[in-house]
Design a protein around this ligand. Sequence first.
Ligand code: DDH
Length: 285
Amino acid sequence: MRADAARAAKPLNYQEVYNAIAEALDNSDYDDGSYGPVLVRLAWHAAGTYDKNTGTGGSNGATMRFNPESAHGANAGLSVARDLLEPIKKRFPQISYSDLWSLAGVVAIQEMGGPTIPWRPGRKDADTSAACTPDGRLPDASQAHDHLRNIFYRMGFNDQEIVALAGAHALGRCHTDRSGYEGPWTFSPTTFSNSYFKLLLSERWVDKKWSGPKQAVDKATGSLMMLPADLALINDRVFKKHVAEYAKDENKFFADFAAAFKKLEELGVPFPENAPTLTFNRAAA
Ligand code: DDH
């Protein structure tokens, strides 16, 4: 048997795949020093296309490999994350792209100090672009609470889950050459924490003075940002109640985020009946 074939026949040890992704996260020349945030965004955009009424979209299929989905405006910049995972796909050819992308989200969150997220393998890749979802299924950052509810209710989430998931904006930043927006949400964009909720409530958010799209900056330093869709979480009574709860209680946020992110990653996935639920040890621990 050739070496490749022998490797392909061996059952996959997902903790080994986890460790390989964890090793690829740090790069001092990229953004804030980690590919973690953009991997989380890849996992979320692959899954967040789900429509519970038609059963279409979701992380199964990894249809963002294909045009037109790869070229949807919301997915600008995500080729960075897909390309980063390519050598890992080559090293572990048995894993599907759709499992690899969703596992990468789990790895990034855990390695950046977030909660343990139970994960199940079993996603299968689509062969052609025929399964690509139409543009417009992911949230539009310029819009407010009604839009958020329409988008996330379509996936099957409730108000509390919408707020918990938005806490991922503790991580990463906006790039003018991707979304058109600019800046990070928190002072520690490679650490998973409840800072996003704390800052939403503690800072004064004012319009950024620039020729770019409407966004807010913190009045005190001008170095942090909020999208109109972020501010919608404190301009709506029900959303704001959850923001306040998560700002006060990080453990509660971690528990609720882990549950909601697992649900997101599993939307519409026809797992084999015997698919085990796995949890992974942190490589950095
Ligand atoms: Fe987000 N997000 N997101 N987001 N997101 C952006 C970046 C990141 C919205 C818009 C943007 C979630 C929800 C929303 C992450 C995770 C998650 C950017 C900037 C925009 C714009 C992209 C760029 O310029 O590079 C909107 C709108 C919503 C919403 O309305 C709810 C959710 C649910 C998650 C999640 O992971 C569960 C992460 C991480 C980033 C940082 C990416 C990076 O490269 O850094």
